[in-house]
Design a protein around this ligand. Sequence first.
Ligand SMILES: *Cc1c(COP(=O)(O)O)cnc(C)c1O
Length: 232
Amino acid sequence: MNTISERLQLILANIQAVKNSGGYPQTVQLLAVSKTQTAATIRQAYDAGQHFFGENYLQEALKKQSQLTDLSIEWHFIGPIQSNKTQPIAQHFSWVHSIDRLKIAQRLNDARPLDLPPLQVCIQINVDSEASKGGVAAHELEDLAAAIKALPHLRLRGLMAIPEPSSEQNKQRAQFHQVRQCYDDLLAKGYTLDTLSIGMSEDYPIAIEQGATIVRIGSALFGARQPKPIAN
Ligand SMILES: *Cc1c(COP(=O)(O)O)cnc(C)c1O
């Protein structure tokens, strides 16, 4: 069984190998997805050099944050957002990847403390038209982007997506490619973006090939998860 430190080095080496093999020019950041992991486990990963962590469940995240205040972690919120949770999210995170409607963006903007830098945000886009999953449809993307751009306490950085997992590499590639096209469309329309948050443990090499600048990796780093969050 490898340690977190060994797995971290392996993932970072894989990221570099994929970049080198295809000559992909972008910087790729590893976001360690620590949902269901304990504060002690996060501390191990931090000590091994990982400083960006992604959390999905607010209560669980706040509890762990309070146990890790001595570390300079950059916290990213990547889970579904209920509107009654926007205030603590705006107060306790640097990034939010999962904005998929204007009401949430407005509430995060209004709740962002003025002594903090703007909240760095991505719009979550849904390219596989699965109605049950989060994310704005491609045809609604530009209106939402324009509205977010006008909010002074948010800074729109790019797009995030969680395509339906598929064992077929070509299907996975096609879905990431669609996200990339939406991203390129916004760039062409004059948006200043630098973040494409796509790719997880099973598919991050394909995501990097399609332009990922953040890969969100949980189980490949921490091992298999329990199905439920540890705290609520
Ligand atoms: C859990 C989760 C991940 C990480 O998934 P792994 O397959 O464990 O790497 C990435 N992004 C989001 C939004 C998640 O909820």
